[in-house]
Design a protein around this ligand. Sequence first.
Ligand SMILES: [Ca+2]
Length: 591
Amino acid sequence: MAGGRARPAPPAPCPPLICRAGAGPRGAPRGSAASAELPSAPPHPAAAAMAPPGAAAPPAAAAPGLVLAALLLPLLLLSPAQAARRPNVVLVLTDDQDVFLGGMTPLKKTNALIAQMGVTFVNAYVPSALCCPSRASILTGKYPHNHHVVNNTLEGNCSSKSWQKIQEPNTFPALLKSVCGYQTFFAGKYLNEYGAEDAGGVGHVPPGWSFWYALEKNSKYYNYTLSVNGKARRHGENYSVDYLTDVLANMSLDFLEYKSNFEPFFMMISTPAPHSPWTAAPQYKNSFQNVSAPRNSNFNIHGKNKHWLIRQAKTPMTNSSIQFLDDAYRKRWQTLLSVDDLVEKLVKKLEFQGELDNTYIFYTSDNGFHTGQFSLPIDKRQLYEFDIKVPLLVRGPGIKPNQTNKMLVANIDLGPTILDIAGYDLNKTQMDGMSLLPLLRGDKNVTWRSDFLVEYQGEGYNGSDPTCPGLGPGVTHCFPDCVCEDSYNNTYACVRTMSTSWDLQYCEFDDREVFVEVYNLTADPHQINNIAKTIDQEILEKMNYRLMMLQSCSGATCRTPGVFDPGYRFDPRLMFSNHGVRARRFSAQSL
Ligand SMILES: [Ca+2]
């Protein structure tokens, strides 16, 4: 993925008062009076670890609430009135949960408690359909070409030293904590390479987090290590104390029990579900026995007019592949039932504490997923709707219930939105995304984007896959049946356009073919027909220019009007030389 222009210096930290008070109406009063009415929480193993990073471990017998209160004393020095009107924010982030193939269906309680109580964004996307780049986009509010996390490896900048030095200090949680005075709580999967020895191990606690309970490396359900404010804590395989989704729920409830009542809070709860290895809680292991992956119109068909990686898939898929993906689909749903329980516990706790009416709750995923589409068994990393589209539900102050919003939104908008809620001046950030707050409030005449950028840099191994020696080097994720989900040249960038007149996707590959894929989603929502060879050449050229512009954009230039927007203006100064080769080759080829 090509780098953009040199980035300006990050905004300097400023006093808490820079964050204006009151982004939304305040709900039930908070404070010591409300807390005093609460019964004492039962002891929980997680509570003993509730100490901010850098703090000495409390004695085993110490009451966790007292320990926390002492550690939070500096926060108490601020006037309650200063922060009284600022809302709290909770972000629940799942791992690999699609929305296109029914991924929200098993979450009945979440649908009732968040979607039906707020707004569902039906056109929510990620700019890169892979864990680490997508999570980096959430944290930074930037496209991958601006945060430079291109895949799930340290070499791809995933939780690397460079990321820690350049990007982490400017993530939205860092600003929430250091500038806006929020208490910040993280629990769960962070970035895939978090905890790698070459990048500081689990002793590294990113700036921005008052309480840090991060999973070492990638999603697991049992037998994992958590960084508890920088100290490793090993978990085994006893359901009652180790099942990660439930552990995250318990930690979240503990935080809500013992947090300061004088400062607003931000919680990010990042579940392993429904990522592989799809280990369900015992009580859900037999759920959905009659469920199988949807046989929609792009299931088990050959993507004959798509780029070579899709064309290498075997059609029809073998029975064993279909059985494998059906089993995966069912298990994914089973793991989501524990997420549903987590959401219910969280909402009930917020309600019990009188915080619910003053708390925004966001629910989303880091990428979508496919099961059999275009004969690809299971994975993400593709440019199609099933991989780039994610659930996004929001409830909170000022949001009317049962709303559906069709605006084109992306996970780069989450950071700006949450900072906006906290009252931070977004002009002081270098984020590429837009605040959703006007949409959440239902403001009239909101000017909104008509397109956004999708970009992905493929991965591949130098050696051949030992289970598929005939494939040669350069491909990866070839299980089952030696159908590969990724390769070195699965590198592409797309403009996804959604305007009053067009629902279009235009993509270019950085491969030897300089392959182009174009879809008219109005007529072809399952992206079966690549119309690159039949669509008007003028539209192709405009989309090509727009793509180069977006690949070079930064901050405000990422939010300029798209090709089918009345305000669109072609400005060659916004295109940079790093995509010149693609432009020349594109012009020379006959489509
Ligand atoms: Ca993921």
